[in-house]
Design a protein around this ligand. Structure first.
Ligand code: ADP
Length: 296
């Protein structure tokens, strides 16, 4: 096979500085892409390919990984290269991380995540330089100076419109929009700074390396309110030791508990849009509880 027919091998054998690829092995466990481990004389590389999407999806992933990596806080794989495949589709090459059985566990995860949130600052406001995806749903990251506006429009508003457009669900749309337009009372006396977020932090995207240090994978990064990072906590199993160490680095803000469901709502709506009506009642009951609480 000519080199240009296989850009992944070509990169590994040139810029990747390997002289020989000894083995390539499929890696299971992913949801969306095909994952492969390439063993070489300079160590292993981790590669994901997708025959159906262009480079933009992996460019979003690579930019997120790079920015998280450059905070030098929590471990993430270093991204090396994104490109397109000759017969359609695209790939990403990154550092292969060997996972281990030993775990420093939740206190280390909480502390390091908070350190990443503290270090990952933005001068452009809330958003990201590229749009990305949450699951397979598009995630719009248009830079916005006001967090409440960003969350109302690009997070809740986007998902509510999608539910209306694909399921004809005008009921959840109208109630959800009523909430989205009245979020300000939930943020009284809160200082909201844009923080670099992983964006899709659930147990499937958290693991531990050979030294037992936490590793986070497969992000949907953007700069947002740090508390939005806990929006997937219903699938993450974070316990009190996680939150205690997190808040030692990033102090808890007034009204934190009143915003927890609000941040979960985005992900419940996304699950409703991705997987159908079994998630509708969770999303709707969060909306209705807030409408009652805020008397709107
Ligand atoms: P997908 O984009 O399809 O959801 P994932 O990012 O979840 O794929 O990765 C698929 C599998 O590969 C998972 O089991 C994950 O644990 C493993 N994996 C992901 N990134 C790395 C890496 N950098 N090094 C080693 N294994 C990885």
């Amino acid at each position: 096979m000519a080199m240009s027919e296989d850009p992944v091998r070509e990169w590994i054998l040139t810029e990747g500085k390997a002289t020989q690829i000894t083995k390539s092995t499929p890696v299971g466990g992913g949801c969306i892409n095909l994952a492969t481990r390439y063993d070489t004389d300079v160590g292993p590389f981790f590669v994901k390919t997708n025959r159906r999407v262009d480079e933009s999806m992996f460019e979003g992933e690579a930019l997120g990984l790079k920015l998280m990596y450059e905070t030098y806080t929590i471990r993430v794989p270093k991204p090396f290269k994104v490109g397109s495949l000759p017969r359609g589709g695209s790939y990403i090459i990154m550092e292969f991380i060997e996972f281990g059985a030993a775990r420093s566990g939740q206190p280390a995860l909480g502390r390091k995540l908070a350190e990443m949130h503290k270090a990952g600052k933005s001068e452009k406001g809330f958003g990201f330089d590229v749009d990305n995806t949450i699951g397979s749903t598009p995630q719009v990251n248009t830079w916005t100076s006001d967090w409440i506006q960003f969350y109302a429009e690009h997070r809740l508003g986007y998902q509510l419109k999608l539910a209306r457009d694909q399921f004809g669900d005008s009921s959840i749309y109208e109630k959800g929009q009523r909430l989205a337009k009245n979020l300000a009372p939930l943020f009284e006396n809160v200082v909201i700074e844009p923080c670099l977020l992983h964006g899709d932090l659930w147990s499937g995207n958290v693991t531990y390396d050979k030294n037992g240090e936490p590793v986070i994978l497969d992000p949907a990064c953007y700069y947002g309110h740090n508390e939005a990072e806990f929006g997937m906590s219903w699938c993450a199993g974070f316990g009190s030791s996680f939150y205690n160490s997190y808040f030692e680095v990033m102090p808890k803000q007034p009204g934190f508990e009143n915003r927890r469901d609000l941040y979960m709502l985005y992900h419940y709506l996304n699950h409703y849009n991705l997987f159908g009506s079994s998630y509708r009642s969770s999303a709707l009951s969060i909306i209705e509880d807030y409408l009652r609480m805020l008397k709107i």
